[in-house]
Design a protein around this ligand. Structure first.
Ligand code: PMP
Length: 412
């Protein structure tokens, strides 16, 4: 096991090497659930495409073009290895939102009827709620909620209480983006399959932070985004079991995804994954995502998970000493820490942190129904990654101690 050294790792990231400041102070970036910094390796890979290897994929017979095809194929193989899938089960999308929409439209609207049910939870991100509402609107199927436990976590026992033969899809996050609980997807999948339902897992907050083995989880679909795992924006993955990908209709049609078509409208699609990749792919994004994945694998996902866990424990212990901090997810297992300061509106707290050079996110975090559950209008979220240090945490905790004075002064 390799121990993560965030100080060494920072040399790999331009945002640290360039000593980026915010409000005239060294930037402390604690908004990694939103997006992450990119290492030089990603920049280099994207630049290789832009500067030496520019051509379209599967559109010509010349060497440059062939090289792009080879590189995309290699990237697919890398992503497959990363989550223990087969290469043909990796579909490149623009990110988690597109991946989930692809399944909602291509599978949900095709197979569900008014007698069916989709189960989600109150903790889901908008990208894992609204596509299912659309399926409900288009097919008449019901969208129901698996109750969360008293901590706000999805536990398999609660799925057992509500699942029935009507349940066709269970769409849940592996790690939720506000409370950061790690859901036992393996058990969820086991229960789902006993009832003939499929599990569509939102991996946006899990895949970048811990080892993922789709075969072990036996999950049917899994979505994740490149930009949350040190890769470029606008590129992500949909994993699907091959048999299910074959059954799923394409969300977009066009060039690069058909084998033939005629004037009468007779169309033969290519096999997955090409069937889902209409139009010119985000080629530089794919180059960058491969480099990001190689980078994470070189650190080791288990090492990353352990380091974040250590950092989180360190932060929680310190935050608990401040009586003004209300923690909403003390027991969560990921690097997501959600809190408020007594008597201070979340957005004001985040604005104050900004004045100290600390980037945190405040608001509803795209999980609007969860806040009804918490009984709060908004919260502040600090989210960690392997390049954060104990010094970052110390600065954050000490800023929170001083926040009251600042706000008193601000509103006087
Ligand atoms: N699901 C979860 C749990 C998320 O945290 C996010 C991003 N905040 C998304 C889905 C959407 O990801 P993207 O914006 O990259 O499509």
């Amino acid at each position: 096991m390799k121990k993560i050294d965030p100080y060494l790792i920072r040399d790999d990231f331009p945002m640290f090497k360039n000593k980026v400041m915010m409000q005239g102070k060294p930037l402390i970036f604690l908004d990694n659930a939103s997006t992450t910094f990119k290492p030089y390796a990603v920049e280099k890979a994207v630049n290789a495409y832009l500067q030496y290897e520019t051509a379209n994929s599967h559109r010509g017979d010349y060497d440059l073009c062939y090289n792009v095809d080879v590189k995309i194929d290699e990237a697919r193989a890398t992503l497959a290895k990363f989550i223990n899938a087969e290469k043909r089960e990796i579909v490149f999308t623009s990110g988690t939102s597109m991946s989930i929409n692809l399944i909602a439209y291509g599978y949900g609207t095709k197979y569900l009827t008014k007698d069916d049910e989709i189960l989600i939870t109150q903790a889901e991100h908008a990208s894992n709620v609204l596509p299912w509402f659309k399926v409900g609107e288009m097919t008449g199927c019901k969208i129901n909620y698996i109750p969360l436990n008293e901590d706000g976590k999805l536990v398999p026992e609660n799925l057992r209480k509500v699942i029935s033969k009507k349940t066709k899809i269970i769409a849940v996050a592996h790690v939720t983006n506000v409370l950061g609980f790690i859901v036992d997807i393996k058990e969820i999948t086991k229960i789902a399959h006993q009832y003939g339902a499929i599990v569509v897992c939102d991996g946006a907050q899990s895949v970048p932070h811990m080892p993922t083995d789709v075969k072990d989880l036996d999950v049917d679909f899994l979505s994740f985004s490149g930009h949350k795992m040190v890769g470029p924006t606008g590129i992500g993955v949909l994993y699907g079991k091959y048999g299910l990908l074959e059954k799923t209709a394409p969300f977009m049609t066009g060039g690069g995804m058909n084998a033939k078509f005629d004037m009468c409208g007779d169309v033969t699609y290519l096999q997955p994954p090409s069937k889902f990749e209409a139009g010119t792919q985000n080629i530089e994004g794919i180059y960058g995502l491969k480099a990001a994945t190689d980078y994470l694998m070189s650190l080791g996902m288990e090492n990353i998970r352990r380091y974040e866990d250590e950092l989180r424990t360190y932060a929680i212990e310190k935050l608990k000493k401040n009586e003004r901090v209300i923690l909403y997810n003390e027991k969560a297992e990921s690097g997501i820490i959600t809190f408020n300061i007594k008597g201070v509106f979340a957005q004001d707290e985040a604005t104050y942190l900004n004045s100290q050079g600390i980037a945190c996110r405040s608001g509803q975090h795209c999980a609007k129904v969860l806040l009804d559950y918490l009984g709060e209008v908004a919260t502040v979220r600090a989210s960690l990654y392997f390049y954060n240090t104990k010094e970052d945490i110390d600065a954050f905790v000490s800023a929170l101690e001083k926040g009251g004075d600042f706000l008193d002064a601000y509103f006087a």
